[in-house]
Every structure is written in structure tokens, then in C-alpha cells.
Design a protein around this ligand. Structure first.
Ligand code: ZN
Length: 313
């Protein structure tokens, strides 16, 4: 009886203080056992101590879209009622909560999507392949100016390269990362914003419709680093006030797909969709040379930060 009363007292105390058992294991396994956890109406907020590399994780029970320090991130599996899936906990911890070995000089392959016979998405006479090449060239120039090696998968607008040729080039150059740059398109002219893709974790569905889970792929070997790069690139592209006289891009999140350039390269690999050619606001940003430079600057900063070479690290 006394024990029963003690338990009741503890439950009552928890109700009064608002403490929750939910997501306790998640916080501990993310390496932040002393994190504050707020659970309200199916929403979970995990607030890490100030010294943590990531301060807040926000989840919605039963859903995949989450927020990591305010950046949209698709979980590999829907958030559970008591905890995240093991796939997500392990990946988030390894990618974002733990230090990584720093390599001072990088060797990167920048992949402007499409090219030659394949112009990609278009709006009037403006083609995705031209925008992607302009941004990729600027990323290459900025990386080189900082002392890194950077190559492109195609040199100009005329050259056609298969996806296989692109991934093989990444493998033969033994790159530290493969970074694919694309422009999005939608039948819905309201669709807008930036997306950065990685592979889903092994055995997990992609975040696109009709993107069913697959078994282990070559790209999974590098998924931790790919996730880290995707996070910091997406964060950099959303940085407030980076674009002068342009709205900050909408955040469509870090998403997951089994794209060939993500699954068949023997290095970390991400695919960035810098905006929608079909949306007026995005088009004004991605088709303007000044803003293309800013996009390239943000991508470069995100990549360097992801490799532990950012200004803040
Ligand atoms: Zn494309």
C-alpha cells in the first residue's frame, strides 16, 4: 500500500512538473541524457544542453517530417510514441552529435545535373542544365580558391554524360564527396523551396511516393557523412538574409531517395534541388547570376562546415 502511494505521489509529481518518460531513451542514445523533453499533443521537443552541437529536435508522433535546429529533416521511419526508430537515432547521433575526423584539403566532385541532349526541366528558353552548370562552376571556383580540389562531371552545356559516367568519375577520382546540383519542377506553380537528398537508411522507404525500401547499397557505407553534409548544406541555403532583396528560400527539407548518384558512388553523396523553375519566386532567385553566386557560396559553406572546416568550427 505504501509503495502504491509512493508511485501515485511520483506520478502526481510528474504531472505537476510536466516530466515525461517519453523519448527518454532517444535523448540518452543521442548522447544528451540530460536533455529536456516536452511532449504535448503528439509533438515531441527534445532540447539539448547549450554545449550540444544540435540544440533542438522536434518530432510529430507517427510522422516522418521533423525539425533539427529548425531545419526540416525527413526521418527514415515515423516517430514512435515513445522513441525514434533505432535507424534514426543511430544516424542522427553519428552524423550530427559526434565529432568527425577533419581532412584539411578536400577532393570534391561537383555534378551539374543533365547537360547536352538532356536539358532537364525548362521554363521558356531557360534550361535546368544551364542553371545547374552556372552554380556548379561557381562552387568549383570557390572551393579551389580555398585550396581544395574540385572537378565537374561535365565541362560545358554541350556535353552529354550518363549517370553511370558521372558515378564512375567519382569512383576513379576517389573523391571525398559527390555533390549533385539540380533544379526542381512541378505541375503546381506554388511548389517552391530547397531540398537536399541522401539515400534512405537501409531497409527504409524514400520520402518520395513510390520509393520503396531497398537492401544495403554501396552508398549506405557513407550515409553518416552524407547526412552530415546534407544537413549543413540545407542549413546554409536557408540562412536568413543570404539573398539580398530576395526572400529566404522555403525549406522543403532533407529528403531521401534511391537516386543512382546517391547509391552507386564510393563516397558521401548528396543531391541538392536549389529551387523550382516553375515557381516565380524561386525562378527569380535561381535564374539570376548574382543569386546563383550566393547559392554557390552557401553550398560551399555548407560543404566545408560538414567537413569540419567551417568558420564556426
Ligand atoms: Zn534535374
Amino acid at each position: 500500500m505504501q509503495m502504491f502511494l509512493q508511485c501515485c505521489g511520483l506520478v502526481a509529481l510528474c504531472l505537476i512538473l510536466g516530466c515525461h518518460a517519453t523519448y527518454r531513451t532517444t535523448a540518452r542514445e543521442l548522447g544528451i541524457p540530460d536533455a529536456e523533453r516536452i511532449v504535448e499533443e503528439g509533438k515531441v521537443k527534445v532540447i539539448a544542453p547549450a554545449h550540444s552541437p544540435i540544440q533542438t529536435f522536434e518530432f510529430t508522433i507517427g510522422q516522418r517530417p521533423a525539425l533539427v535546429d529548425g531545419v526540416s529533416y525527413y526521418l527514415n521511419r515515423p516517430a514512435g510514441t515513445k522513441n525514434l526508430s533505432r535507424d534514426d537515432i543511430q544516424l542522427l547521433r553519428a552524423a550530427l552529435m559526434e565529432p568527425m575526423a577533419v581532412k584539411p584539403t578536400l577532393n570534391l566532385l561537383i555534378d551539374p545535373g543533365h547537360g547536352g541532349k538532356d536539358s532537364g526541366a525548362r521554363r521558356g528558353d531557360v534550361h535546368e542544365q544551364v542553371i545547374a552548370l552556372a552554380i556548379a562552376r561557381e562552387v568549383q571556383a570557390q572551393l579551389k580558391s580555398k585550396g581544395h580540389n574540385a572537378n565537374l562531371t561535365r565541362p560545358d552545356e554541350k556535353t552529354t554524360r550518363t549517370l553511370d559516367e558521372r558515378t564512375q568519375l567519382g569512383i576513379s577520382l576517389n573523391v571525398d564527396a559527390f555533390v549533385s546540383i539540380h533544379v526542381n519542377a512541378s505541375a503546381n506553380p506554388e511548389a517552391k523551396g530547397v531540398e537536399t537528398y541522401t539515400l534512405p537508411a537501409p531497409g527504409c522507404d524514400g520520402s518520395l511516393p513510390n520509393s520503396p525500401a531497398r537492401g544495403a547499397l554501396v552508398g549506405h557505407t557513407y550515409l553518416v557523412r552524407s547526412t552530415r553534409l546534407a544537413y549543413y548544406v540545407q542549413e546554409a541555403l536557408l540562412q536568413k538574409d543570404a539573398f539580398v532583396e530576395q526572400p529566404t528560400p522555403a525549406d522543403r527539407g532533407i529528403r531521401h531517395a534511391h537516386f543512382k548518384v546517391l547509391r552507386d558512388v564510393t563516397s558521401p553523396s548528396i543531391l541538392i534541388e536549389v529551387g523550382f523553375i516553375t515557381n516565380d519566386e524561386d525562378f527569380a532567385r535561381i535564374n539570376n547570376p548574382t543569386h546563383q553566386k550566393v547559392i554557390a557560396t552557401q553550398i560551399t559553406e555548407g560543404l566545408l562546415k560538414g567537413f569540419g572546416l567551417g568558420a564556426q568550427e
